[in-house]
Write a protein that binds this ligand. Sequence first.
Ligand SMILES: C[S@@+](CC[C@H](N)C(=O)[O-])C[C@H]1O[C@@H](n2cnc3c(N)ncnc32)[C@H](O)[C@@H]1O
Length: 266
Amino acid sequence: MSYQTKKRFGQHFLHDPGVIDKIIGAARLEQQQRVVEIGPGLGVLTDQLLDKVGRVDVIEIDRDLIALLHQRQDEHLIIHEGDVLKLPWPDLLIQPPYTLVANLPYNISSQILFKLLDHRHLFARMVLMFQREVGERLMARPGTKDYGILSVLCQLWYDINKVVLVKPGAFNPPPKVDSLVLTFIPRAEPRVDPGDEFLFKKLVKGAFTQRRKTLRNSLLASGINATAIDAALTRAQIDPGCRGETLSLPQFSALTRAFLAIEAVA
Ligand SMILES: C[S@@+](CC[C@H](N)C(=O)[O-])C[C@H]1O[C@@H](n2cnc3c(N)ncnc32)[C@H](O)[C@@H]1O
């Protein structure tokens, strides 16, 4: 391969046919399905996607790779140039729902996930490759060290399943860590009632602001008013001395609804 990979774009190109097959299989594509790929790179996944469906939209930041993609002159390949974090997705992806397939740039995978959560109506199914540690965090249970903001928010909206663990040798150049491919299937209903989505997210972020502190102090540190916190914790029957990282999704739901009830009274 003559192309010089760029570390700053998190480039690790997949070359293991078995892993490629598993990713494409997990996408469960039918000919009519519209597909988006973030970071097509040299196109190993893109080629397989184009074999299965009539149109693939790709989003790529690297100008050299974009030039290579244009050389293909494939009318079924729609190339969006730019930073996936900055591009306005609803303006580009105008025919949802899409299936999203991506071997993500690991340096920005969490930021991409937050953006995916904000635009989740665009995607019917997602097959995503992460650094193993990040993938495990998304599936983590309450009370474990891996459990965090993205675990709660992703588990609220998606059923997440493991597809395959991928060793560094499957990539060129090999990353230092193992990788994990996961499927995300949007739930017909969120796992629990978030009450108000904006507030739910704010409280989840607040609960994890200071992981070593108690839930009460962590929420305080996130800027929420002490009187409201105390009233809401009492109403939701949550111990103010517990740590935010022990809260289950039903407890985050109860906490959000308690804040809403208090605001309604005030
Ligand atoms: C891990 S590589 C995957 C490449 C290819 N899909 C594969 O599996 O071999 C990540 C890809 O994302 C691209 N990328 C990195 N940061 C990006 C960004 N902010 N916006 C869009 N693409 C980005 C990289 O240039 C690279 O092509």
